[in-house]
Design a protein around this ligand. Structure first.
Ligand code: PGA
Length: 256
């Protein structure tokens, strides 16, 4: 089964609108030759529409970093799926570990958000990952299993065609520590196996599973060469056009 490689940049809480447009433009210029790799950039809410203006005629897709599941109403400070769609976004990161850690997101809220995103034509990038304590306690696979089951509760194989999974070990995010390619592959393999149990082999084989956590040009090739690693969700290294474009070029050259 051939899955396309998907490289996404999570800008987190970085970039004013003018800085965001500048970065988006640099990324656009440096990836003009890319034809196979799917590219997604996820600026903060405020920069979505301005960034879309820059990339709309390019192969780069726009994604948001979060959303709320209600359609509209008295939910001060929240953003709906429809609002995201109206900016030009077609992806949305759901359940990033920083959201789970600092903003109280649970498997239940993650599940609601995924369903709402899909109903509104947004493709969720669903993040899962274990903490350092959980890895040391040897419960990584149990934790990931619970997160995946919770996230995918009530989803159909058709839904999964529009879902990307990102495995991001919490201890590797922003720390400079990367999971070894073997450590990552082991978890990716198990995630695919679980998706097969829940939604069938064919669905599992077609699902893109990205790795995230200190991905940079220096480690991208060894990670992306693993059989079950289909892309990367990049944080720190996506804030510089040079390093983000380099990761994309590494992906483009890999024959999977
Ligand atoms: P990092 O972030 O690449 O800076 O570790 C990845 C992420 O949080 O998505």
């Amino acid at each position: 089964m051939k899955r396309s490689i998907v490289i996404a940049g999570n800008w987190k809480m970085h970039k004013t609108n003018s800085e965001a447009q500048q970065l988006a433009n640099q990324i656009r210029m440096k990836t003009i030759d890319i034809t196979k790799t799917r590219m997604i950039i996820c600026p903060p809410f405020t920069a979505l529409a301005p960034v879309y203006d820059i990339i709309k005629d390019s192969a780069i897709h726009l994604g948001a970093q979060n959303m709320f599941w209600e359609k509209e109403g008295a939910f001060t400070g929240e953003i709906s799926a429809g609002m995201l769609k109206s900016t030009g976004a077609d992806y949305v990161i759901i359940g990033h570990s920083e959201r789970r850690q600092y903003f109280g997101e649970t498997e239940e809220t993650v599940n609601k958000k995924i369903k709402t995103a899909l109903e509104n034509g947004l493709k969720p990038i669903v993040c899962v990952g274990e903490t350092l304590e959980q890895r040391e306690e040897n419960i990584t696979l149990k934790v990931i299993g619970k997160q995946i089951r919770g996230a995918f509760d009530g989803l159909t194989p058709e839904d999964l065609q529009n879902v990307i999974v990102a495995y991001e070990p919490v201890w590797a995010i922003g720390t400079g520590k990367t999971a070894t390619p073997e450590q990552a592959q082991e978890v990716h393999f198990e995630i695919r196996k679980l998706i097969a149990e829940l939604l069938g082999r064919e669905t599992a084989e077609a699902t893109v599973i990205q790795y995230g956590g200190s991905v940079k040009p220096g480690n991208a090739e060894s990670l992306l060469s693993q059989a079950d690693i289909d892309g990367a969700l990049v944080g720190g290294a996506c804030l510089k056009a040079d390093s983000f474009a380099e990761i994309i070029h590494i992906a483009e050259k890999l024959k999977k």
